[in-house]
Design a protein around this ligand. Structure first.
Ligand code: AHR
Length: 505
């Protein structure tokens, strides 16, 4: 007889990590592939609105309740002239887009994107070009977007039909400047100086903004974490956040090892946090730098296909990963990792949002649909707002190729209590490829709460994908849980994402 796997957990409302900053459920739209053209924007599509934005895509974005969207890049921003994308569309130039070797028509630019963001109830996180350009272009763009009027750039915005400023609060000082692939790549010292001086000028234009400095493009970079340390050593007092980027893949088809990769992300977050705090101590500063994990996802399925794409075409299908069920599990684990670090990770952007390594896919002139990763992202975004609690979990563990002592279960919990009513959501993943695990969870501190629902995302086939015509991987509400005398018994089926919701009325 097989021994049923068991785990124990204690969840107490006093084990607070921090209030979750809802911006950890952010995303990203880059002028890349079909993210903008054929993704959010397709004039002539039967679902296009008066500005050419696809209403079907907007509805899917709204389902995700995305609080902030990074724009316009990504690698693209490092050779982008923002002035090309404003003013009458017929006057906008087509340009060679160097990062992805396509032609950028500039039909969509800053104002249209701000309009789209309003339509889907999200804020814009704007990146400035610190590759081919610098302080001047950045401060002019900020004057254009945020200054009320009476100056050259703010009046130009008005003349373009935007009387009120866009008031964009969050700005990225360039993108992945540590990467040799980046146009205008910089050493940490070069980047630290330009970030510092650009930040200084931008905060003179608008002192209410928040600035994100580039950190490392991934944990494998040879300059990690020295790049962060040097940059912050120079620009500590001028910037507010440091960015982290990380993508994972399963090229060797080793699911046990793949599903453990959020442990690398956990280590990344801890290392960057320590680096920030080391520089804080070195500077005797009172200010704390927090983390903006502004690119994260699974990215590997499309890499070979992308090599075949003809250069200098308009909106080709680049980075179109078709996500399977195991990808959704890892995305869930990464979301859990952010919640576990809610005290320092204040922003995170699932890269990206539509067509390009994205939860939402579209056909040109056709349908739109939800990829597998849509679901954990949506559940976390909707139910993961409140105070992040630290579950004390003793889970059975395993070893994989690159990781030891991997807990089969990942868990995070979020709690809200107001006016006598309360809600607790527990997110759990079972990474065991063969067996279910029963978790006995002590929730005695949540007196008067009852079980509302147990949502599960599961599939016997780790490689199952969704298509425009079939949602093979979709959640159901028939999870097996019970709550009695302060003990919540949860059955986590093998390889499953679980959302358990308790409520006090
Ligand atoms: O999101 C795709 C690309 O990944 C971004 O343009 C870049 O910043 C990162 O390398």
């Amino acid at each position: 007889m097989v021994n049923q796997l068991k785990a124990k957990m204690v969840l107490d409302k006093s084990y607070e990590i921090a209030k979750v900053d809802e911006r950890i459920y952010g995303s990203f739209i880059e002028h890349l592939g079909r993210a903008v053209y054929g993704g959010i924007y397709e004039p002539g599509h039967p679902e296009a609105d008066e500005q050419g934005f696809r209403k079907d895509v907007m509805e899917l974005v709204k389902e995700l309740q995305v609080p902030i969207v990074r724009y316009p890049g990504g690698n693209m921003v490092s050779a982008y002239n923002w002035e090309d994308g404003v003013g009458p569309k017929e006057d906008r130039p087509s340009r060679l887009e160097l990062a992805w070797r396509t032609v950028e028509t500039n039909e969509v630019g800053t104002n249209e994107f701000a309009d789209w963001a309003k339509k889907v109830n999200t804020d814009v996180m704007m990146a400035v070009n610190l590759g081919t350009r610098g302080i001047d272009a950045a401060r002019n763009l900020l004057e254009y977007t945020n200054h009320p009027g009476g100056t050259y750039w703010s009046d130009l915005r008005k003349s373009h039909g935007y009387d009120a400023p866009h008031n964009i609060k969050t700005w990225c000082l360039g993108n992945e400047m540590d990467g040799p692939w980046q146009v205008g790549h910089k050493t940490a010292h070069e980047y630290g100086r330009i970030a510092q001086e650009t930040a200084k000028a931008m905060k003179l234009v608008d002192p209410t903004i928040e600035l994100v400095a580039c950190g490392s493009s991934n944990t494998g970079m040879p300059t990690f974490p020295e790049y962060e340390a040097t940059t912050l050593d120079i620009a500590y007092e001028q910037v507010d956040y440091i960015s982290l980027h990380q993508y994972y893949g399963n090229r060797t088809n080793d699911p046990a090892n793949y599903l453990a990769k959020n442990m690398d992300m956990d280590h990344f977050i801890k290392t960057v946090t320590s680096t920030c705090d080391y520089i804080k101590a070195k500077h005797r500063s009172k200010k704390t730098i927090n983390l903006s994990f502004d690119e994260w996802n699974v990215w590997y399925h499309s890499k070979d296909a992308d090599k075949e794409i003809e250069p200098w075409s308009i909106a080709p299908p680049q980075l179109e990963d078709h996500y399977n069920f195991e990808d959704a599990l890892l995305v869930g684990s990464m979301l859990i990792t952010f919640l576990q670090h809610a005290d320092r990770v204040k922003m995170a952007c699932l890269a990206q949002l539509v067509n390009v390594i994205a939860p939402i896919m579209t056909e040109n002139n056709g349908r739109s649909w939800k990829q597998t990763i849509f679901y954990p992202y949506m559940h976390a975004s909707i139910y993961g707002r409140g105070v992040s609690l630290k579950p004390i979990l003793s889970s059975p563990k395993y070893d994989s190729k690159d990781f030891t002592d991997v807990p089969y279960i990942d868990s995070a919990a979020v709690y809200n209590e107001e006016n006598g009513e309360g809600e607790v959501t527990i997110f759990m993943i079972n990474k065991n490829l063969e067996e279910s695990i029963t978790v006995s969870c002590d929730v005695r501190s949540f007196e008067g709460y009852s079980l509302v629902e147990h949502i599960v995302l599961e599939n016997d086939d780790l490689k199952a994908v969704n298509t425009a015509s079939r949602q093979t991987v979709a959640p159901h509400g028939n999870g097996s849980s019970s709550l009695e005398d302060g003990t919540l018994e949860v059955r986590l089926s093998k390889t499953s994402w679980n959302v358990i919701r308790l409520k006090k009325y």
